[in-house]
Ligand binder design. Structure first.
Ligand SMILES: NC(=O)C1=CN([C@@H]2O[C@H](COP(=O)(O)OP(=O)(O)OC[C@H]3O[C@@H](n4cnc5c(N)ncnc54)[C@H](O)[C@@H]3O)[C@@H](O)[C@H]2O)C=CC1
Ligand SMILES: O=C(O)[C@@H]1CCC=N1
Length: 264
């Protein structure tokens, strides 16, 4: 695979970190207007850094666009003359519909819209993928790419905005929950670094329990809650204060906002 990431900013670099150790990769082009901040990637033999998008497009088969939404249209229009029928065009750009990409490159091109998250950099992204009609033949390839940096799920494009809230913004939501748990632990007497480790590893353990057992969260909750014990006391107080409700409302607010964001 020869891959180019056009726009190696925050998300583009997370994807690059997830991809760089993949054996299937022969070359990874990283483009950015000013490449001085990504020099660290030079330590990888397979990585080529350039500010020349055209060079990357000419030399790669798989193009991952990770620029800001407002820049995407102009960049794609510029590169259009260089695109050939074998290129797989992958956009990770929020809110930019496949139909808008097809309007620029044509319906006869392989177009994939994907939404990874920043945990791609540590091989733990949850990436949702949608494809145009042409790229139905490239679904396995798209999954292979994103499975290199975590797990992936193919979903209808109509659900991609919701997936962005749950999985991409979701990283921030979970961070805030971990942070709040840390604050609670400090109040109970732990040093900040200890509190952070306790919160993080407990969160990791909870997710791993569900992943490995396939159980519903309530089943695992039942195993922890001693009758009249401290867990149910804490859980009930959290619910009286609206824990589940505030999370659900936050997710809905985020979804309303993402549907208002104009990408032009
Ligand atoms: N899935 C996720 O977790 C997230 C997704 N996003 C989406 O990912 C996309 C990228 O977001 P970020 O990485 O946060 O943005 P960013 O601003 O960090 O990265 C964009 C990069 O594109 C580069 N760039 C701009 N014009 C260029 C050009 N003509 N040629 C080559 N490179 C160019 C910029 O120098 C910058 O490094 C956005 O569309 C955003 O909506 C953003 C944050 C999180
Ligand atoms: O906050 C945002 O709007 C973008 C989309 C998902 C993550 N970051």
């Amino acid at each position: 695979m020869k891959v180019a990431i056009i726009g190696a900013g925050s998300l583009g670099q997370s994807i690059a970190k997830g991809l760089v150790t993949t054996n299937a990769l022969t070359t990874l082009y990283l483009t950015k207007r000013n490449i001085s901040s990504i020099k660290g990637f030079e330590e990888f033999d397979k990585v080529e850094l350039t500010s020349d998008n055209a060079l990357a497009v000419k030399n790669a088969d798989i193009l991952i666009f990770a620029v800001q939404p407002r820049h995407f249209e102009a960049i794609l229009k510029d590169l259009k003359p260089l695109l050939n029928k074998n290129h797989v065009i992958i956009s990770v750009i929020t809110g930019f519909a496949i139909s808008r990409i097809e309007d620029i490159v044509g319906k006869d091109r392989f177009v994939v819209r994907a939404m990874p998250n920043t945990a791609a950099s540590v091989g733990q992204s949850m990436t949702c993928i949608s494809v145009n009609d042409m790229a139905k033949a490239k679904v396995e390839l798209a999954k292979t790419i994103f499975n290199c940096m975590g797990r992936s799920m193919v979903i209808p494009e109509e659900q991609l905005q919701a997936a962005t809230v749950i999985c991409a913004s979701g990283i921030a939501f979970w961070m805030r929950l971990i942070r709040a748990t840390t604050q609670g632990a400090i109040q109970l007497g732990f040093e900040a670094h200890e509190a952070h480790e306790l919160a993080m590893q407990t969160c990791f353990g909870a997710a791993t329990l569900l992943k490995e057992s396939g159980k519903h969260p309530e089943e695992e909750i039942d195993r922890v809650t001693t009758p009249s014990g401290c867990t149910i006391e804490g859980l009930n107080e959290m619910e009286h204060q609206g824990l589940s409700s505030s999370l659900i409302k936050g997710i809905n607010a985020s979804f309303e906002k993402i549907n208002q964001i104009k990408t032009k």
